[in-house]
Design a protein around this ligand. Structure first.
Ligand code: MN3
Length: 270
């Protein structure tokens, strides 16, 4: 991984953003400061406990698709990260996630709530807002924010601490059947991610029974094509630039090798 050395000012900012991201997860600022000054590991344990509670709730609700369908309409809420803010380090730093989850993802949720207030979309589930507003020029603001809320919530689930490695056998067999090998599938994902011009997403999608790799621009997602995605990777610059600068493929390769959550993908690949 190529990283620029961090200056003292960068480190201070880094700490500030960890605090900010932790605060979003329900930890009081006074508590965070005390924990950090006492021991840097306490915040990890505290965050881990919160993350574990979030994961349990998530699983109890049956994963993303059922969660999204069952979710109440607005006001939409920023879902908890399924792991601690620093759980994906060193591949994706807490610094990046502090901005990406705590500022970008949160802003999409906040802006969506403002845009749908008092409209016919206020009482719609998120997935229905996406399909109803897709392709309508006068609804692009609502579409972009709704799709970005969905895309990011889904993106976080596709990764985990100490992910990567080999997929479970049933998923491996399915990937082998459509791509020839897991490596070939990963190469297609890297190629889609690298060749997406500007902001967007690379996806593994189910097209009928078949697994395919596609890419989309900006907020667009496979739900608008009536397709279900088992996995996505965010290739907007905000997803990787703080950690990888211009090296988008290095970020994608590292996620696929070290963070990909094959179990989650398998749950969504049937
Ligand atoms: Mn993003």
């Amino acid at each position: 991984m190529n990283k620029l050395p961090r200056s003292r000012a960068d480190k201070a900012l880094h700490k500030k953003d960890i605090l900010f991201a932790a605060e979003l997860r329900g930890i009081k600022p006074s508590e965070i400061k005390t924990e950090l000054s006492n021991s840097s590991s306490i915040i990890n344990r505290r965050s881990f406990l919160i993350a574990s509670a979030g994961s349990a709730t998530w699983l109890a609700m049956g994963g993303l698709s059922r969660f999204a369908q069952a979710a109440p309409a607005s006001p939409f809420v920023l879902p908890a990260l399924p792991y601690a803010v620093n759980a994906l380090e060193p591949v994706i730093t807490a610094y990046t996630i502090g901005f990406h989850y705590g500022k970008h993802h949160k802003a999409y949720v906040d802006d969506l709530n403002k845009l749908v207030a008092g409209t016919e979309y206020a009482d719609m589930p998120l997935e229905k807002i996406i399909t109803e507003t897709s392709g309508k020029a006068d609804k692009s603001g609502i579409f972009n924010n709704a799709a970005q809320v969905w895309n990011h919530t889904f993106y976080w689930q596709g990764m985990k601490s100490k992910g990567g490695g080999e997929p479970p056998i049933p998923l491996k067999q399915k990937i082998d059947a459509y791509f020839g090998s897991v490596d070939a599938c990963k190469k297609e994902l890297v190629s889609a991610a690298a060749s997406q011009f500007g902001s967007g997403w690379a996806w593994l999608i189910l097209d009928g029974e078949k697994l395919k790799v596609i890419k989309t621009s900006n907020a667009d997602n496979p739900l608008t094509m009536g397709k279900k995605p088992p996995f996505t990777i965010d290739v907007w610059e905000h997803a990787y630039y703080l950690d990888y600068q211009n090296l988008r493929s290095d970020y994608v390769n590292a996620v696929l090798d070290k963070l990909i959550n094959w179990e989650f993908i398998m749950q969504n690949a049937d």
